[in-house]
Write a protein that binds this ligand. Sequence first.
Ligand SMILES: *Cc1c(COP(=O)(O)O)cnc(C)c1O
Length: 374
Amino acid sequence: MRPTFLEVNLDQLKINLDNIRAHVAPAKVLVVLKANAYGHGVDGVAPFIAPFADYIGVALVEEAVHIRKMGISTPILVMGGTLPEQLPDFFEYDLTLAASSPDLLTAAEQLASSTQKTLKIHLKIDTGMERIGVREYEAESFIAQSLSCSHLDIEGIFTHFANSETSHNLLSASREVKASLQLERFEEVLSIYEKRSEPTPRIRHTANSGATLLLPQSHYEMVRPGVLFYGVYPGRDIERTIQVKPALTWKSKVSYSKITQPGRGVSYGSLWQAESEVRIATVPCGYADGYFRRMTNQARVSINGKTYPQVGRICMDQFMVNVGDDDVKVGDEVILLGDGIAAEDFADWTGTNEYEVMTNISARVPRVFVGRVQ
Ligand SMILES: *Cc1c(COP(=O)(O)O)cnc(C)c1O
């Protein structure tokens, strides 16, 4: 196998899920497995975690079909936008549709009545993302329509927060729509059922990781933690009220070790050169693996328990590390992420968020799953 790989600790993911569950009980937990399980490798994570999840959430119907083809029978909600021509897959693979428009609901009802099959639906309400979904001020007719769809099982209703990850946004007035305001709008929508003397759908859900942590009144019957399940907090200033830890360790091995002379520029563009003789270790991993090129001269790695600076332009397939006077040899283990180097550090070095760091690790990096819970 390639010396550069991602080690994914499945036990840790189970611990994270257990701790989230304990925090939100009796609410159910939808485990978000979109984007290759936030880069962790859905082929290993899905079969392991599915028996412990109440629901699985993905963004795309293709992701849901992929999971079904592994033989997993846990309910799967396709949370993103769906095109009408993708509807047949929902019937064939028993998927739950996020009905985000009256047209999509009509198309689903028509297909369900012509195939004589029921389809599970979660109504998607847009309370402030302006992305997909029916706005709270248009929801009355949407709900009336859904109640007349005799071939659909309207199992759920949900919305998604635009700003749930900082307590600041919950409390203070700012340009951003506050999660608490979105929650009020969602409540307005739920009151439409009461006015009509109809029960609300059985599963009301709104909480992503931020709201799972900061907004208990948003939990309803189910929460949808993504990044938190993977052991990463969605914001820096959130109190650590749920104990989770990252499950990822990105490992490699030194492929070359040489002493470089002062004045000899390292890598493309010769952006860095030593001031005195130092040892330079080469790592067989680059930006094609998701080790961002823009971390050049900023990243740090851990070798033999000590951290060292990355130096010179990060290449497509390799990068270099200044190990100073230390005796670092070919074959020594290098830790790129984990062992004191966090997704938050990558995010700081690159000006992005932890989500992009994890989902950017490319398919060229093998995923190795360790620590299966029996
Ligand atoms: C991705 C996603 C989530 C999870 O978000 P986190 O911030 O990772 O917890 C929840 N709900 C929906 C609709 C999503 O698309």
